[in-house]
Design a protein around this ligand. Structure first.
Ligand code: NDP
Length: 300
């Protein structure tokens, strides 16, 4: 039985959330109540579940949450206006715009409207650019959660060869940037890559972020690799539907040294780091409001 090789994302998320709860309590003592505003446009069932879970985790962590549920036909102008109102509300520290948006709303325009300091998803170009420059910015929750799991599993990541399968803006690219920041040697594969299996077989770490059920099997991996499965795919299994990842876990388990399961791997980490980012954003906004040391000296 190789169950001990499964990385327990639920337990790791619990540890992150326990830390978040402590940090929230400290901020409350300083007179600041971290607050996350969540905007959901439309009735997409998966998005409704994600939003419900995020609000629940926020409440458990002591973070205030405000839900803005808008009908699917809400105009882009109305959504942008709501974002501007939340940007200028000092009681709101984080803004999450649940994706995907209805087709008539331009995703980039809406994400760019969020104040980068409140951009707890790390999707604003200022934060994306900051990440690629190695600045201390809000980073996307899913790849940040993957980094946490990798550090817990492997410790020092320096010099490891990491292969990221997928190059989306929300997972693959920021994942590659974070691995590079951790001094890994990084290869990014995508749908046009030649001989992807041969390249992936050289890796110490494989991150699967493709969106294709069980695509990565043992033929993609070298013995002892650590595999992080970001994929969430709903498949039909007889008369029931269930979630599987991008990795064929049963096939790879005897080969790898560790792999995240789906569900119970990366998913819980994404929400935990959304809470962590909200606390970071609240603390930074609080600090920015404090008079600087230089200003205090010039007053005294
Ligand atoms: P996208 O569809 O935006 O990107 C998929 C990427 O995979 C693309 O870069 C694409 O390449 C690449 N790709 C597709 N087919 C192949 C192939 N045969 N070989 C190599 N690369 C391929 O997906 P996301 O990044 O948004 O999400 C990926 C998965 O992660 C999904 O299952 C999603 O549900 C899940 N997810 C899970 C989260 C979590 O919290 N656990 C959070 C976010 C996403 P190209 O660019 O060339 O098209």
């Amino acid at each position: 039985m190789n169950a001990h090789k499964l990385i327990d994302g639920k337990a790791a998320a619990g540890r992150v959330l326990a830390q978040v709860k402590k940090e929230v309590a400290d901020l409350v003592i300083d007179g600041i109540n971290p607050c996350l505003a969540v905007i959901l446009v439309g009735e997409d069932p998966a998005s409704q579940v994600y939003v419900r879970n995020k609000v629940l985790r926020a409440e458990e962590s002591g973070i205030l949450s405000i839900e803005h549920k808008l009908s699917a036909d809400t105009s882009e102008a109305k959504v942008l206006n709501l974002i501007h109102v939340l940007n200028s509300d000092p009681a709101v520290h984080g803004i999450l715009l649940q994706l995907p948006l209805p087709k008539h709303i331009e995703e980039t325009r809406a994400l760019q409207a969020i104040d980068p300091r409140k951009d707890v998803d790390g999707f604003h170009s200022e934060n994306v650019g900051g990440l690629s420059q190695g600045r201390d910015v809000l980073t996307p929750c899913t790849p940040t959660g993957c980094m946490y799991l990798l550090r817990e599993t492997l410790g020092d990541l320096r010099g490891k060869h990491a292969v990221v399968v997928g190059r989306s803006n929300i997972v693959g690219k920021p994942m590659a940037a974070l691995l590079l920041q951790a001094d890994c040697t990084v290869t990014v594969l995508h749908s046009r890559s030649r001989n992807p299996q041969d390249l992936a077989r050289q890796a110490d770490i494989v991150i699967a972020a493709v969106g294709r059920p069980r695509m990565i099997d043992a033929s993609w991996l070298k013995p002892g690799a650590v595999v992080i499965d970001v994929g969430i795919n709903r498949i039909q299994d007889g008369d029931r539907s269930r979630l599987v990842g991008d990795v064929d876990t049963d096939d790879v388990l005897s080969l790898v040294s560790a792999v995240t399961p789906v569900p119970g791997g990366v998913g819980p980490m994404t929400i935990a780091f959304l809470m962590k980012n909200t606390v970071i954003a609240a603390r930074q906004q609080f600090k920015a409001q404090q008079p600087s040391e230089a200003a205090c000296l010039s007053i005294s």
